[in-house]
Design a protein around this ligand. Sequence first.
Ligand SMILES: [Zn+2]
Length: 299
Amino acid sequence: MKRIKLIVILMILIIGIPSIVDAKLRVVVSYNYIADIVKKIGGEEVVVTPLSKGYKDPHYITPRPSFIAKMRKADLLIINGGQLEIGWIPPILKKANNPRINPGNKGFLDLFSFIEGIDIPKEISRAHGDVHPDGNPHFHLDPENILIVSKVIRDKLIDLNLSNKDIFTKRYKEFSEMWKKKIADWEMSLEKFSGKNVVQYHKNFDYFLKRFNLEQLGTLEPVPGIPPSTKHILEMIEIINNKGAEFIIHDVYHMKKPSRFVNRKTGVKLVVLPHDVGSVDEAIDIVSLFDEIVRRLLK
Ligand SMILES: [Zn+2]
């Protein structure tokens, strides 16, 4: 009898556990904020793997061999899109050779295609080294866009895993109701900055600024992805001195020297804002990411 029990236990260990793991949907995503939305809706029914770290420049992630292995096993690949991953996802996707997650197939999801973009050019071009040739790809920093993409992610999870439709639907409902309350809180907190001018280093926060009614005077980068020249910096200082500004917004990964210089010359507050989950210690999920952005602006 003991022997039979042992065999049963061994059978469960050998066959049972891998089959439970295998039943979960394997989702690979480019950025941490996408991973967190997938976790919030997919829960234990999915295994989600973000490829990049939150504190890196999202335009320039260095592809590692481990990314290929992760993509090879994936049922679903979710990208931000809008050319943000153009420099690093296509080569590893090709090497992974997993038809399930190729663009156009059921296991591929491009979030930008569901969003109303900002700065969409009439003609696509990378002229002057512009890293936003399809328009501004940093749409996830408008919390209203999080509502849109979390619904898209819910539908895709259901599409690939119909047996869990009810639980994905329930979690999305809970998440979206909580999120709408958070948006109302953030709007109330940021109301005092409505109509105020700001300057950014890179065009990370355009969607955020638009949502919360802040005016953008310009960026220290003359073109997205191009470091500032002395001439451009001096022009920006003159604009700030003429029009006045509330903040110079800088990200966590670019050198702060140009923004510090403008801060010294104008006296305008320099604020470093997180752009993704994991970009600063406080941003442990999508909710605390926005909480932290708002907290730093109010500080
Ligand atoms: Zn950018």
